[in-house]
Design a binder for this molecule. Structure first.
Ligand code: DGL
Length: 270
């Protein structure tokens, strides 16, 4: 048993989408979340920059004495997982690509046509294809970079035709030409646009990295005997740029009023 909090982070609001799953599965776990809203999106930055930003956030969360570092960001998982594991050898580091890849392999069989939507830096890293094909070399897989989606979500432009048009711009031809029947949401911002995807492409199966991450965290905590004792959990949310939008999106994702939550501004001396 370990009462310390779990450290979660993302480039912005997206990583919060895995937290409701954690709160349901592990109600006694306290969470410290860091969203690097001042420097989002990471998906359009170089691997070196993504690693540098991730290490700064890792230092902050390690300083908060977290028992686990959860990379609630595919872009960081694709580009900085090993660097973080090396920098913080005493803290287990969990990323979201390996658990999602395992779920894809479990759910999809030969003949199905899988499309992975992600940021440009995730697509360029090739980690999804590498991991899925190491487990199932014959699975049909295509990736598509959708760089404009994260900035729209960060702006709270979700239930709007601008989002629908942007999705169609990236996905209409991609889905039709590759006859995609399963879409992997390879970015933790994308669960927020899952309703748009279901409406625009009915019948397509959706696999979400945010949900798979939560399942992996539960497994890791259980295996390492790090679960918190039964109690009322207390979570804190930090952002490097605390905008009204960030607060509104947290309220929306968690279904809670900001007055009931601890939300703070914290820049990392950037
Ligand atoms: N939520 C991040 C991910 O899963 C978004 C990255 C970005 O800031 O572009 O990749």
């Amino acid at each position: 048993m370990d009462p310390r909090p779990i450290g979660f982070f993302d480039s912005g609001i997206g990583g919060v989408t895995s937290i409701p799953y954690i709160m349901r599965m592990l109600p006694s776990e306290s969470i410290i979340f860091y969203g690097d809203t001042a420097r989002t999106p990471y998906g359009s930055q170089s691997p070196e920059t993504i690693r540098q930003f991730s290490l700064q956030i890792g230092d902050f969360l390690a300083g908060e004495d977290v028992k686990m570092l959860v990379i609630a960001c595919n872009t960081v998982s694709a580009n900085a997982l090993d660097v973080l594991r090396e920098a913080f050898p005493d803290i287990p580091v969990v990323g979201c690509i390996n658990p999602t890849a395992r779920e894809v392999v479990k759910l999809c069989s030969h003949g199905e046509r899988i499309g992975i939507m992600a940021t440009r830096a995730t697509v360029n890293a090739g980690t999804y294809a590498e991991k899925i094909h190491s487990l199932a070399p014959d699975l049909y897989l295509k990736q598509v970079a959708c760089p404009a989606i994260v900035p729209l979500v960060e702006e709270g432009i979700v239930d709007h035709e601008i989002m629908d048009l942007t999705l169609r711009y990236y996905l209409d031809d991609f889905i039709a030409e590759n006859r995609i029947d399963t879409l992997v949401l390879g970015c933790t911002h994308y669960p927020l646009i899952a309703p748009n995807l279901q409406r625009l492409y009915p019948g397509i199966r959706i696999i979400s990295s945010a949900q798979e991450l939560a399942t992996a965290v539960k497994m890791e905590l259980t295996d390492r005997d790090l679960l918190a004792p039964e109690r009322e959990a207390k979570s804190r949310f930090y952002a490097s740029d605390l905008s009204d939008n960030f607060v509104r999106m947290i309220e929306r994702i968690l279904g809670r009023d900001a007055d009931e939550l601890e939300i703070y501004f914290k820049n990392l001396d950037i």
